[in-house]
Structures are given as structure tokens and as C-alpha cells.
Design a binder for this molecule. Structure first.
Ligand code: PMP
Length: 374
């Protein structure tokens, strides 16, 4: 075939010269680069998935439940069981929850609904880079908001940026990726109020990693805030990145609104059956989360012990530095058979908490580097 590249095609102007998002998928012994859960699903859950999927397979001649009602009901129960107890909030129902293929699709649907051509979204960077990319893909203008040098959000500067740009959508990632630190509830409330005063706009709190946090979810803040959306995923705490199931909790009107843009039958019957099976095993899966939190805390302590700077982490990963040439350090760690992530934050790298043996291999690799580093 003749040599035709993307830029030779009549692609949209804003896509010219761009590369697709994605971490390198390299075949190395220890992969700690995409914040996955290192534990395979337990056998009992694998069996339950097989049962549920076998049942769903009998009906694959029909479209799936378009509104995923059973799944949304179980997700709402999970949120109530794990986050709202004792917080004084009203419990969430099916009408408060929406699900899609990964939280990336959830975020895309939110931007298709509340962003789009002529509109803007703001995020406080460095943060999850897909927020800006999904904005671009949906024709939404992107505004890069500020952060302090220690990666906390500078609330006064953020309020100023919101007042100045009057964005239609505000993203707050807590715990933040790639830095790992959580955003205090008071800061989120201040940004919500600033966003309402400016436009009013939708505030999306991306809580992909919240189950790993020392603190609690911001779900109780939903009460009385119809423009707040809290997005979640089964890719991290549930150890089910391959399943592709994300969801959000919000006022029922927001759930109604995203249905204007969702594709009909977007969640396959197989996905719904698998997610429901995983939700039956929440207790076991959250047990792995506890182990990962301990391993995360060990990584933080040992890296600090070796003389590295480490950002406080509420997630299943740790940001460490500082390196004169972070990419060269990334390479050296890879030479030891350990894949970490260079997110392009100058001077810093990110490592996902793996199994104790994987973390030992990582620490051994950086111990070798530390001899030259400190
Ligand atoms: N939000 C954040 C902050 C993330 O880090 C990720 C995945 N890396 C996602 C959302 C998307 O996750 P998924 O689409 O697998 O649910």
C-alpha cells in the first residue's frame, strides 16, 4: 500500500501531528507503570464470572439492558456501604449512578454533554493527562490550571483561574495522578463555589484511586450540590482493569443528561454480568486494597530512607525524584527489568505498588541507582 500517514488524511485540525495516549506495553518481568492492581482475581470470583457470563451468553441474541439498572443499583449499594455510612448523607440510589466502559468513557460522556465546541474545561496540572485529551477529542477547549511546587492545589490561584476563564467543566483529581496526593474536601468545596459563581459549571471529581486513600471519599458532598459529579472505576481497587467498567455518582438530572450522548447499548451484557460478579466479591477485593496500601506506605518510607524526595501518596502509586534526567533514570530502572512510568513531570517518576516481591525488585533497582544519586 502506498505510504499515507495520519496527517495526509483530512483529519480534524486539532488532531494533526498528535500521537495516541498510552504507556509503553513492554514485556519485562516487573511492570509497575500503569497503576494496575497486581493481584489476579481470586478463583471463586473467576468461577462466578464464568457462571454469570454463561447465563448472559444465552441471551446474546438480544441487546443488553440499555440502562444497566441492576448494575447501577449494585454500584450505588457499594458506594453506600463504603462511603456514606455515618457521614450524614442521604444514601444513593440507582438514579444517582451511571456506568460506562471505563471511567475514561464516563469522562468522555460528561464532556460530550457539558463541554464541546465553544466551551472549555480546566484541570490543575500535572494531573491525569486524559482529561485534556478527552477535552480535545470532544472539541472542548482546555485550560491548564496551576499547582504549587509541592503538587498541592493553590486554592487562591485556582479560584482566580476559574473566575477569569469561567470554564464549563472543572476537573479535580483526588487522589491526584501522577503525583499521588489527595485534595482536601475544603479545597474542593472552594473550587465548587468558585465554579458556581463564575458560570455555573460542572465540577468533576475524579476519584479513580480513592479506595487507596488514608482519608474518605467526597461522596457526602453530593448532597445539595447538583453540579458535582464523582467519577470512579473498577480498574484499580477491584483489580479489574481488563473489564473496562467506570461509573459516576451525581444528581439524577446529570445521569439523565449523559443519556443524551451515550450510544444505545454501550455496556455489553458480558460487561454487565462480569461487573455484577465482581461486586459480589467486594469484601475479598477490598482486602487486597489493604495489602496494597501497606505496600504503598512501605515504598514511600523506603524511598525516603534512600534519600529520594517522595510526594505523599493516597493512591496505589508513588511519585519519587528528583532526577536531573528523569527519562535516563527510567531507562536505568528498566535495565534492571522493572518498568515504571515517566509521566513527563520534569524530575519525577512514578511507580505503582505491586506485590511485595515486585516492590522488592523495584527497591533493589533504585538502591543501585541511589549509590550514585545521593
Ligand atoms: N482517572 C484517573 C485519575 C486515572 O488514573 C485513570 C486510569 N489511569 C482513569 C481515570 C481511567 O481509568 P479507567 O478508564 O480504566 O476506568
Amino acid at each position: 500500500m502506498s505510504e499515507i500517514r495520519i496527517d495526509d488524511l483530512p483529519v480534524r485540525e486539532e488532531l494533526r501531528g498528535k500521537s495516541p495516549y498510552g504507556a509503553p506495553q513492554l514485556d519485562v518481568p516487573v511492570r509497575l507503570n500503569t497503576n494496575e492492581n497486581p493481584y489476579p482475581l481470586p478463583d471463586a470470583l473467576v468461577e462466578r464470572i464464568a457462571e454469570r457470563v454463561r447465563e448472559a451468553a444465552r441471551h446474546l441474541n438480544r441487546y443488553p439492558d440499555r440502562d444497566a439498572v441492576e448494575l447501577r443499583t449494585r454500584l450505588a449499594q457499594y458506594l453506600n456501604d463504603t462511603a456514606l455510612t455515618g457521614a450524614g448523607g442521604r444514601s444513593l440510589g440507582t438514579e444517582n449512578v451511571w456506568a460506562a466502559n471505563g471511567s475514561n468513557e464516563v469522562l468522555q460522556q460528561l464532556l460530550q454533554t457539558f463541554g464541546g465546541p465553544g466551551r472549555t474545561a480546566i484541570g490543575f496540572e500535572p494531573s491525569y493527562s486524559m482529561h485534556a485529551l478527552i477535552a480535545r477529542g470532544t472539541g472542548t477547549g482546555w485550560i491548564s490550571g496551576p499547582r504549587n511546587d509541592d503538587f498541592t492545589i493553590d486554592v487562591a490561584a485556582a479560584e482566580k483561574a476559574i473566575a477569569e476563564h469561567r470554564p464549563d467543566v472543572v476537573f479535580v483529581t483526588t487522589p491526584n495522578n501522577p503525583t499521588g496526593n489527595a485534595v482536601p474536601a475544603e479545597a474542593v468545596l472552594a473550587l465548587y463555589d468558585a465554579a458556581q459563581a463564575a458560570r455555573p459549571s460542572i465540577v468533576v471529581v475524579d476519584e479513580a484511586y480513592v479506595e487507596f486513600s488514608h482519608g474518605s471519599s467526597l461522596l457526602p458532598l453530593l448532597e445539595g450540590r447538583p453540579h458535582l459529579v464523582i467519577s470512579r472505576t473498577m480498574s484499580k481497587a477491584f483489580g479489574a482493569a481488563g473489564l473496562r467498567l467506570g461509573y459516576f455518582a451525581a444528581h439524577p438530572a446529570v445521569v439523565d443528561a449523559v443519556q443524551l450522548v451515550r450510544l444505545p447499548y454501550h455496556l455489553s451484557a458480558v460487561t454487565q454480568a462480569t461487573a455484577l460478579a465482581a461486586l459480589e466479591h467486594t469484601g475479598t477485593l477490598l482486602g487486597y486494597v489493604e495489602q496494597l496500601k501497606e505496600e504503598r506506605d512501605r515504598l514511600v518510607a523506603e524511598l525516603r530512607g534512600l534519600g529520594y524526595e517522595v510526594t505523599d501518596s493516597d493512591a496505589n502509586f508513588v511519585q519519587f525524584g528528583r532526577f536531573e534526567d528523569a527519562h535516563a533514570t527510567w531507562r536505568s530502572i528498566l535495565d534492571h527489568g522493572v518498568l515504571v512510568r515517566d509521566n513527563g513531570v520534569p524530575g519525577w517518576l512514578r511507580v505503582t505498588a505491586g506485590t511485595p516481591a515486585e516492590n522488592d525488585a523495584f527497591l533493589e533497582a533504585v538502591r543501585t541507582l541511589a549509590k550514585d544519586h545521593v
